[in-house]
Design a protein around this ligand. Sequence first.
Ligand code: NAD
Length: 341
Amino acid sequence: MMNAGEPELITALSDATIGLHGWIVIDSTLLGPAFGGIRRARYRDDDDALADARRLARAMRDKCALAGLAAGGAKAVLVDRGEGHDWPAVYAALGREVESLGGRWVCGPDVGTGAEQLGWVRRTTLHCNPASNDASRSTADGVLAAMRAVWLALGARDARGRTVVVQGLGGVGGRVARGLVDAGATVIAADPDPDACARGRDHGVTIAAVDALASIPCDVLAPCALGHAIDLEAAARWPCRAICGAANNMLVPGADSILHARGVVVVPDVIASAGAVIEGVCTVLGHDDPITRTRIAERIAAIEHTTASVLAEAAARGLPSAVIASERARTRLDSPRLGLR
Ligand code: NAD
């Protein structure tokens, strides 16, 4: 049986001398070693930080299950208080914790943790996403694959002539936006980072103000910034026909029913954003050779098929797509060998 309630492991991390404060949450290793990144962010308080780690670890569990991977879900959060942190030492200390778990959790990048920080983690553990992986590129490829299924669900052939609003032009959103421009879409995007905006503009992306995005009518909204981008009010009003993006936990609880009632097609982020974990699991549990790389590309491209199938079942049963995704993840967790690819 799947662990419906509590995570398998919650470890508090604390060392005031280096500014370490955070948690590791391993939600489940039922399907295999847990995968999931290290988030470094500012939080309202400790409850907020731990709740985020728990939500994100559970989402990783479902992401792996839905992608047919022999892997479970985990996450760590490091609380950023803005000062008093020796980050290289903090990440090295976290690496020692990862190492002590003996491979039960393989850590990787997340918001606030990129190549430099993972370099510090690798000083003290082997259980880390390989440096040769490009998580943002793989995730963007997966979002673009999911979007191909969305065009069909909207009765269109492809992206040509469609309008997509991209929220966030970072590692993933920037690539998604550029890929959509290349595919013939009109792309309107916003990001508080002027450099990210300049890179998008250079590639034909129209830049809007962050606050203006929610009033721009579009075919698809692609949330590629932080989680909970769609609150209940946004769910009720955002002038889009579909939502498909990378941001983990992009909907607040309750938003999916409102969007469903409005007839907005929603691709669950646990499906659309699986590219990086597919690459991570395949290179860590397999080999990093040309055959594996081809296999990874095929599996990321297969996100189109998974998306189409979940959207079709949701339409046929008249249910929000998140319900279908959750049912399928549960089925997989109850029968670990089912759907293994
Ligand atoms: P990133 O930090 O590179 O980019 C996020 C971008 O969002 C930044 O450029 C930031 O300035 C911008 N941003 C912040 N607030 C914004 C706002 N209110 N409006 C518009 N833009 C805003 O992160 P990323 O790696 O591109 O990841 C994006 C999202 O996708 C995150 O939620 C992440 O958890 C999720 N995700 C990423 C990966 C991956 O492989 N990188 C995998 C799965 C899920």
